[in-house]
Write a protein that binds this ligand. Structure first.
Ligand code: PGA
Length: 249
């Protein structure tokens, strides 16, 4: 069976104090056993988080990466650097990167390859905008984004990804897709995976993201094709994030 995964994407938020608070709150072994949890702070906090999260169930994640191996890329961070600080997961193709920093499916492909080469688990983010949903294009957009990255990858490498379905209209808006709406699209993703590789369709974890909170986690995760969550705003408060993790177990 697929182990649920809850990942907290802090975006451009956080502080050294918040890293310590999360390390303290998650110390000990009080989370459900069959649950993976990751926290994705901004780059400058990765090293502190590596230390603060040691001995807790929290894995470390990053929010982006540059696929180049090294060199003249001012302001960028590559997969080798992330791996050096114990990063296990990295977001690829988040809608904010696509919308505000011009990242494309082609960039996502290169980032996935770079992440995999350094043993990181890429969390590929896909999702439709409100205009695309209203135009009835949700399925086409989402499956197009998934196919653009998975199809060129070797079969053995595809198994190392996580896919997060985040309807863009639900991100940071307080508008959550209903569990049934999320399931409809995520069921389409699973069915598409099935057309490529039945084993992959069974094993690949699909996360829902978009205004996930402690009080809607259980209903979302009760859907057959929702294996966890990518949590933005609600991952910033340690009590709320802890409650989400409890409901996910
Ligand atoms: P949100 O963000 O939970 O604040 O909607 C989710 C995300 O962008 O990953």
């Amino acid at each position: 069976m697929r182990t649920p995964l809850i990942a907290g994407n802090w975006k451009m938020n956080g502080s050294a104090e918040r890293i310590r608070a999360f390390g303290d709150a998650f110390a000990g072994d009080r989370l459900p056993a069959a649950l993976d949890v990751a926290v994705m702070p901004p780059f400058p906090y990765l090293q502190a988080a590596q230390h603060a999260f040691a001995g807790t169930p929290l894995a470390l994640g990053a929010q982006a990466l540059n696929p180049e191996p090294a060199g003249a890329h001012t302001g960028e961070v590559n997969a080798a650097m992330l791996a050096e600080f114990g990063v296990a997961y990295v977001l690829v193709g988040h809608s904010e990167r696509r919308q505000h920093y011009g990242e494309t499916d082609a960039d996502a492909c290169r980032q996935v390859e770079a992440a995999l080469a350094f043993g990181l688990t890429p969390v590929l983010c896909v999702g439709e905008t409100l205009a695309q949903r209203e135009a009835g294009a949700t399925r086409e957009v989402v499956l197009g984004q998934v196919a653009a990255v998975l199809d060129p990858l070797e079969a053995a490498l595809r198994k190392r990804l996580v896919v997060a379905y985040e309807p863009v209209w639900a991100i940071g808006t307080g508008l959550t897709a209903t569990p049934e709406e999320a399931q409809a699209t995520m069921g389409d993703i699973r069915a598409w995976l099935e057309t490529r590789d039945a084993e992959l369709a069974q094993s690949l974890r699909l996360l829902y993201g978009g205004s996930m909170k402690a009080d809607n986690t259980a209903a979302l995760l009760a859907q057959p094709d929702i294996d966890g969550g990518l949590v933005g705003g609600a991952s910033l408060q340690v009590d709320e994030f802890y409650a989400i993790c409890q409901s996910a177990g």
